[in-house]
Design a protein around this ligand. Sequence first.
Ligand code: IDP
Length: 221
Amino acid sequence: LQLQINEKGTDKYVLIPVATIGCGKTTVALTLASLYGWGHVQNDDVSSKSGKFRTFSNRISQAFSEHDVVIVDRNNHQFRERQQLFEAMDLMADANGYDMHYIGLDFLPNGPAQKEWEVTLSRVMNRGDNHQTIRNMDRPAVEAIMKGFRGRYQPITVAKEPDSNFELVIDVNCARGSKDNVTAVVSALNDAYDMDLETKPEELNAAFSAALEHKAKIPVG
Ligand code: IDP
């Protein structure tokens, strides 16, 4: 399952979710990373409060030194966050001679509608304490955090900056289920680029089951 890279070997593909909590970002990312050996950098794994984005972007650069495709796992639900990522990755690309392909994963193509709210709330409640930061909280506290993200959410708007940097936006509506969304990503990449990604149903099922069973790296202390 090799990506076909251009002759210069400088193409780098970054998958950027735009989502809120519980949309299935980590599940989709883990499944893709396991199937194709892609890089996966989780913002929630960065425990430092100060210099958090610098640590996150250093980890992204490290991932690109090892992988041609990297998934940047954070909500990126605001223009400001997307802008920050594009700027950091443009600098990284200039320094390393990469040709970047920015690909959006649109987990809320209908916005944070009622169905999406119910799906994500029920998933986050079922996830319980299996998360780096959302843990040891009662339901109202979790709902308040989730509502904060919903309230601040700014949909992908490719007609203007910063979202005009997206070369491709893939519909991965969270209400549809994460396994179907993995398949949607694979087909969209195969259609848009010179990739030849295969998915065998049994491999997909195994990778997806493992992703659902994943245990978050809980910070000590
Ligand atoms: P997030 O990274 O967007 O916050 P995840 O942690 O991937 O979301 O998913 C939230 C919870 O929902 C996790 O416990 C995960 O195992 C579960 N989950 C993700 N996708 C599905 C699905 O398609 N069906 C059922 N549960 C799912």
